[in-house]
Design a protein around this ligand. Structure first.
Ligand SMILES: [Zn+2]
Length: 476
């Protein structure tokens, strides 16, 4: 019901929707130091004020939850559906070519600007869906509430604060990912390890190793300083390892630490791979594990440090993204394979630190993953901190809520994609009845978090239509 009316309505509303998205994109809502009454700094609070202004101009009741989050209510009836979007953005970064990050512009049907697709555009699409129902005078028996968070990108303190005061609605979706429905989000386990090593001074040895900045990003570069190895042998190993791993290796003479000059048997090995998110390990080439592959084959003098590096290599061998060597490989038909990556490692002969990132399917338990992994790290002399396994999030594909969302998506796009499982976590992880839904379309890479982030205008408008239909179907 009402499909014709909804489609006709949005035919002439595209410009309004884009203008409202632009009002929000112009606000640089990157998290900053807390100020009095502004827990995430001035930017997020300003974006929230602007969004609540837009909603009030449309005639909706709004509420500001102490500048953590805001809410826009369709009516004052019983709560049925929450739509959970966010107004904070990641830092602009560099290399923008179409416009500057906070000066939105439409070029060839794409709206460019930081937040266009993550998540200001989708927030505005949801708001315009509510306005469409209001303008079309479609009666709703229950309430739909748009919740606007301001701390999704850096810790989700916004919704923790909100849900201390408010109950979950019977149904919640977050348009902060992609279409169609994401009904499974893997669980996971991230942890840091450290080792105190007895320094081995015997040559040849690995003097230093550095790779990775963030635990959840597969590193695209890694480097090691080697002392006393035959140059030719290292070059030969580098060539072999490059062929095997797909990473590229550079071997150069290096200064000795302390600056006693080149040519004293010091070499640097620099590895270049390809970065990707830890939940998508097959998209990347892990420069760290490629480097460890080479190091484990070096004819080094025996030392506790070298043995530990080799043991880490055996637990996380290059290309083993399923955790086979670590004895945690598992998969289920709902969520797919467990993934495991070692993304950070810093080594000196007397100490090392590093971290790993595991994304686990619905079938994973603490006994089968956390206990197994930690036992092995401890067995090689490492102590692990901060590792706490959280469960996967799963709303069954045949739940009425998911079926309604899928029906509306198919009705307005003509596409027949299936509900999806992802390795990352969204705002609704752990909700009783929450899923991610929109607004990236299959096949569109909106460059979220990157330079030239954009939303396809047509896709934002279709998103608004889908959301309007969802609201009518669930609250009408
Ligand atoms: Zn987001």
């Amino acid at each position: 019901m009402y499909k014709k009316e909804i489609q006709a309505y949005f035919q002439t509303r595209q410009e309004d929707l884009i203008q409202d998205a632009c009002r929000l994109i112009r606000v640089k809502s990157v998290k900053g130091p807390a100020l009095s009454g502004k827990p995430f700094g001035p930017g997020p609070a300003e974006a929230l004020a602007e969004a609540l202004d837009i909603a009030a101009e449309m005639g909706f009741q709004t509420k500001n939850y102490d500048n953590y989050a805001g809410a826009v209510d369709f009516n004052d009836k019983e709560k049925q559906l929450d739509i959970l979007a966010h107004l904070d953005v990641v830092p602009a970064g560099e290399d923008w070519t179409k416009t500057t990050p906070y000066q939105p512009v439409v070029i060839d049907g794409r709206l460019y600007g930081r937040g266009a697709s993550d998540d200001k555009g989708p927030a505005v699409a949801a708001l315009h869906a509510m306005k469409a129902i209001k303008d079309l005078k479609i009666p709703l028996k229950k309430n739909v509430r748009l919740i606007l968070g301001t701390d999704e990108e850096s810790g989700c303190e916004d919704i923790r604060h909100y849900y201390q005061q408010e109950a979950e609605a019977p149904m919640t979706f977050t348009p902060d990912a992609s279409f169609p429905v994401i009904n499974v989000e893997k669980g996971g386990l991230q942890g840091c390890f450290t080792g105190k090593l007895e320094e081995g001074a015997a040559l040849p040895r690995v003097r230093k190793l550095d790779a990775g900045l963030r635990g959840n990003i597969i590193p695209d570069s890694a480097s090691a300083l080697l002392e006393g190895f035959p140059r030719e042998e290292v070059l030969w190993l580098a060539k072999r390892t490059a062929e095997k791993t797909g990473a590229s290796f550079q071997v150069k003479d290096a200064d000795a630490p302390g600056g006693t000059g080149k040519g004293n048997g010091f070499l640097t090995v620099t590895v270049t791979g390809r970065s990707s998110h830890s939940s998508l390990p097959t998209d990347g080439i892990n420069a760290l594990t490629a480097l460890l592959e080479l190091i484990s084959r070096l004819p080094a003098a025996d030392s506790m440090g070298f043995r530990t590096l080799c043991a880490i290599q055996s637990l996380f061998p290059h290309g083993d993204w399923k955790g086979v060597a670590a004895h945690v490989a598992m998969s289920d038909p709902i969520s797919g394979d467990l993934t495991l990556c070692c993304n950070v490692l810093h080594y000196e002969p007397d100490c090392l630190t590093g971290s790993f990132d595991c994304r686990s399917p619905v079938c994973a338990t603490k006994e089968l993953v956390q206990d197994v992994l930690l036992r092995q790290l401890e067995a090689i002399g490492l102590s692990v901190s901060g590792a706490f396994q959280y469960p996967a999030h799963h709303i069954p594909e045949d739940a009425p809520f998911v079926r309604t969302l899928m029906k509306c998506y198919r009705e307005y796009t003509g596409r027949d994609n299936k509900p999806m499982a992802i390795g990352g976590g969204s705002y609704v992880h752990g909700f009783k009845n929450g899923v991610a839904f929109g607004c990236s379309f299959p096949g569109t890479d909106n460059r979220m978090h990157g330079a030239d982030e954009f939303a396809v205008v047509e896709e934002l408008v279709v998103s608004a239509m889908i959301f309007a239909q969802v609201i009518v179907d669930l609250c009408g």
